[in-house]
Design a protein around this ligand. Sequence first.
Ligand code: CO
Length: 184
Amino acid sequence: MSNISLNTKLLKIVKYGDPILRKRVKDVIDFTNLSIFTQNMLKLMYEEKGIGLAANQVGVSLNILVIDISGMDEDENLKPLILINTKIIHTEGSISMEEGCLSVPDIRADIVRPETITIEFQDLNQEVHIRSFSGLISRVIQHELDHLSGKFFTDYLSPIKKSMISKRLVEISKDGFPSTGIIV
Ligand code: CO
């Protein structure tokens, strides 16, 4: 399979309700055009004021993530992260943080996830890295990795909270946005 088509693909955010977001992605084998594709993903993410984006959120079912939390975090991680074929190999701790999602607009919720993660991933040069992350960046990576396995942050909500947002999820599926925002 060749990735030539990634070069010219016009990117837009795929919203909740599109079946591609429920499908587990495939690993990248052909790295052709990944550099330009991930730059285009970053550009779209900045335009949409996101801090992380998974490839299936732009309709490409491959294990690719882009992340940039430099607007939120002054300490470190100032460069955008481009992660290919990422796998979590270790987690530690547990912490609750509020999440939102470009594919689930205007809905935010507190979600409990591991605090620290260790991941294995490839860079654009196909080199393999193992790195650990904590704090916001760990949270963003976990949220984006869920996208790659067909999951949404809203899947973790209790039945009561799910029922509070169910009408809005239907609206997003139909119109791309809910009639009103909500934090649960
Ligand atoms: Co998301």
